[in-house]
Design a protein around this ligand. Structure first.
Ligand SMILES: [Zn+2]
Length: 314
């Protein structure tokens, strides 16, 4: 839970070494950016500090890169780690999200690459999913161990943040869509043709391996969340296609990533000041925790104290 170290990184902007432990303000950010496949860094962040965080759920995928982007304090994390070291089922999602919470992030823009399950969603389109079908069985809650909580997931992304980012994409002339159903699969293999057809019948528009898990955890953390989905391929449902390959994905990602970075920069620059009355993301836990505080074990209260104010100081 405490900053372990700061590190140097390569790049044009020099990284300041900072004793973050003595300067807590250096460990704060208002906007989080979670990068996915192909997006391991954001250019233009200055006054960089790299911070390694420890959490009650273990280590995040990489160091958080803190700095200023377009005049705002941001924190960037590479979901798979720089060098792409963690597969979708190996990522420590809870540690990643908890780290953003430690940093005080109110709003988070996630970048996830996806396959398209619809003819009208073309490779290189950018889609802001607003619904999920989660097929994974991985850890996707901070609760348990004596504390039960059932959060509402009817609307799993922040409508304001998604709309804002989508409007930026439209303003930039990028082919994009607001609203889609994202089917989240375990991976790491891509779907068979039968699975891909089944996902279409279910009502899926996109197929990916990460966003549903993160949406649940960011909701529990009461952080506004939007997922910017970069379409790279048509998955395997189109009989005339050969099927999805990593080569195809990276070819389409190259162009998509530069568009995504443009959207992020402009979205960060124009995001209104945080207003916790503008959406319900900040107000989900009060009604979700079922277990009476006196029955929650001390160790669990300690782990959850960042989320549940009444557990602090117990
Ligand atoms: Zn929100």
């Amino acid at each position: 839970m405490t900053p372990k170290k700061t590190a140097q990184r390569s790049g044009k902007t020099p990284v300041k070494k900072t004793s973050s432990a003595r300067k807590p303000e250096a460990l704060r950010a208002e906007i989080g950016i979670l990068g996915g496949t192909g997006l391991y860094e954001i250019e233009g962040i200055h006054d960089l500090k790299e911070v390694r965080l420890r959490t009650p759920w273990g280590d995040p995928s990489d160091e958080y890169i803190l700095g200023m982007l377009e005049g705002r304090r941001v924190a960037f994390l590479s979901r798979h780690g720089r060098g792409h070291r963690f597969g979708p089922s190996e990522i420590n999602y809870r540690a990643n999200v908890y780290g953003f919470k430690i940093l005080g992030v109110d709003r988070l823009i996630s970048i996830n690459s996806v396959g398209s399950l619809r003819e009208e969603i073309h490779p290189r389109d950018i889609v802001f999913a607003d619904q999920f079908i989660d097929k994974t069985k991985r850890a996707s809650t901070f609760f348990g161990e004596g504390c039960v909580a059932h959060i509402s997931l009817a609307d799993p992304v922040c409508p304001q943040l998604s709309r804002h980012c989508h409007q930026i994409a439209v303003g930039l002339g990028i082919r994009s869509r607001l609203g889609a159903t994202y089917v989240c699969m375990e991976g790491p293999a891509f779907s068979t043709r039968a699975e891909s057809r089944m996902h279409r019948i279910w009502g899926g528009d996109l197929i990916g391996m990460t966003a549903a898990t993160e949406a649940k955890l960011f909701r529990e953390a009461e952080i506004c969340y939007t997922t910017m989905n970069l379409a790279t391929d048509y998955d395997t449902w189109r009989e005339q296609d050969e099927g999805v390959t990593v080569g195809m994905i990276f070819e389409n990602l190259r162009e998509n990533i530069s568009k995504a970075k443009e959207i992020i920069r402009k979205a960060v620059a124009t995001l209104p000041a945080y207003d916790d009355t503008a959406c319900r993301c900040r107000h989900v836990l009060a009604a979700a925790v079922v277990t009476a505080a006196k029955h929650v074990p001390a160790a669990t209260r300690k782990k959850l104290a960042l989320f549940v104010p009444e557990y602090r100081g117990r």
